[in-house]
Design a protein around this ligand. Structure first.
Ligand SMILES: [Zn+2]
Length: 117
């Protein structure tokens, strides 16, 4: 499943950060995913909770923000955003459209407990 692949990538990044900066606890993280990826946010949070058991990220609240799909028509230059993966210009019905955004996949921020000693 696609959500497994993406969540494993997030999990690995978080674990690398924890090792590099000797983090003891991750409180929250925000993931931004482009709408074209059609992921299920609840499933990703669920998988992440399972993966982070026994790690500094155990119990961390993961939020998944779905970013809109932004498209541009080559024929008439019209740009628009949509929730659907529909590559059809609403102005001229052209099918030759460019994907401006919607494929994003990134960890936007991670909130950790400061471990100042
Ligand atoms: Zn058009």
């Amino acid at each position: 499943m696609y959500e497994h692949t993406l969540t494993h990538m997030i999990h690995n990044s978080v674990q690398n950060l924890c090792r590099r900066y000797s983090l003891k606890k991750v409180n929250r993280l925000l993931i931004k995913v482009g709408g074209i990826r059609k992921i299920n946010p609840e499933l990703m949070t669920f998988i992440f909770a399972g993966l982070s058991r026994g790690t500094p990220a155990e119990g961390a609240v993961m939020s998944v923000m779905i970013l809109p799909v932004s498209l541009k028509c080559y024929a008439c230059g019209h740009t628009w955003t949509t929730d659907e993966a529909e590559f059809l210009c609403p102005r001229c019905s052209g099918r030759n459209v460019d994907l401006l955004s919607g494929l994003e996949f990134a960890i936007d921020f991670i909130e950790v407990e400061s471990n100042a000693s």
